[in-house]
Design a protein around this ligand. Structure first.
Ligand SMILES: NC(=O)c1ccc[n+]([C@@H]2O[C@H](COP(=O)([O-])OP(=O)(O)OC[C@H]3O[C@@H](n4cnc5c(N)ncnc54)[C@H](OP(=O)(O)O)[C@@H]3O)[C@@H](O)[C@H]2O)c1
Length: 274
């Protein structure tokens, strides 16, 4: 059991959410269940899944199997792209709800801002929220133009915007925009899928703090007040990724890491959907 204190934020609707969570993309069946049980034992209280990941059933199984009360776990899922639009989204939500089978879903996200569909999808999410079927609603892959457009028709402000965000893809303008609008930014692929672990400037900083390159990347995100949802199904790495609350990066080194930015994207650029 890990007793380190993890930061919790209050979302714009008053709900609380841990900043660090476990992403479960690319985890299948038994693998996902084992990883989530391990993560909950380690101290993670935020699990990020999606209908597109095909593991909502296993996510639900793991949560029900754990000794942690449901009320202490924050669960996010997302509407898949083929289910976007008003009616299909409502139906997709019911299916996710059944598969997860965990009393309630904390956060439901629009997975991608699909052209011609995203407005109706958001209307459906607002309906689910007004009907109290879900505790909070938000978006993913909404860069500033999508958020500006959303303002024209939304009556509920998203609580979270989940985007690709790392020291190598430092979306400073989006981070500042979300702070102003009281939307919690959440970083996906936060450790660049391990691809920068041998970058000499990152390794040098990690050595200075007696931490791993991945821990430096995660800590940099958290110190910016951004949520991070690294994925791992490996027990040691699940622990490593959580072990970031016993040190701080100095202001000077935060600035250094801010300059690691090289606009490096692992996942496709949402701007293609504008
Ligand atoms: N909204 C969206 O469109 C969107 C898109 C992408 C991702 N996401 C969410 O964000 C989560 C995280 O993103 P991601 O899975 O794309 O990438 P990521 O978390 O940056 O990287 C995951 C990869 O890094 C490896 N890894 C994990 N911890 C490590 C460590 N300490 N040292 C070295 N390698 C490590 C993992 O392998 P092992 O499992 O073997 O450790 C896995 O291959 C996803 O699981 C998903 O929940 C959302």
């Amino acid at each position: 059991m890990n007793h380190q204190i993890q930061p919790i934020v209050t979302l714009n609707n008053g709900m609380q959410m841990p900043l660090l969570g476990l992403g479960v993309y690319d985890m299948h069946a038994a693998e996902a269940e084992t990883a989530i049980v391990k993560a909950l034992e380690t101290g993670y209280r935020l699990i990020d899944t999606a209908t597109a990941y095909n593991n909502e059933t296993e996510v639900g199984n793991a949560i029900r199997a754990s000794a942690i009360p449901r009320s202490e776990i924050f669960v996010t899922t997302k509407v898949a792209n083929p289910s976007q639009g008003y009616d299909l989204t409502l139906k997709a939500f019911d299916e996710s709800f059944k598969k997860l089978n965990i009393e309630y879903i904390d956060l439901y996200l629009v997975h991608w801002p699909i052209k011609g569909k995203r407005k109706d999808t958001w209307r459906a999410l607002e309906q689910l929220y007004l009907d109290k079927k879900v505790r909070a609603i938000g978006v993913a892959n909404y860069l500033i133009p999508f958020l500006e457009e959303l303002k024209d028709y939304a009556s509920v402000v998203p609580v979270v915007n989940q985007v690709e965000f790392t020291a190598y893809l430092f979306l400073k303008d989006l981070m500042e925009y979300c702070n102003k609008q009281d939307i919690q930014l959440q970083a996906y692929s936060p450790i660049v899928r391990g691809r920068k672990n041998t970058d000499p400037k990152l390794v040098a900083l990690a050595e200075k703090y007696h931490k791993t390159p991945v821990q430096m990347l995660l800590r940099w995100i958290i110190e910016h007040g951004v949520s991070a949802i690294p994925k791992s199904s490996n027990p040691k790495r699940i622990e490593e990724n959580f072990n970031i609350f016993d040190f701080e990066i100095s202001t000077e080194d935060m600035v250094k890491m801010d300059h690691f930015n090289e606009n490096l994207r692992i996942v496709e650029d949402p701007m293609a959907m504008l």
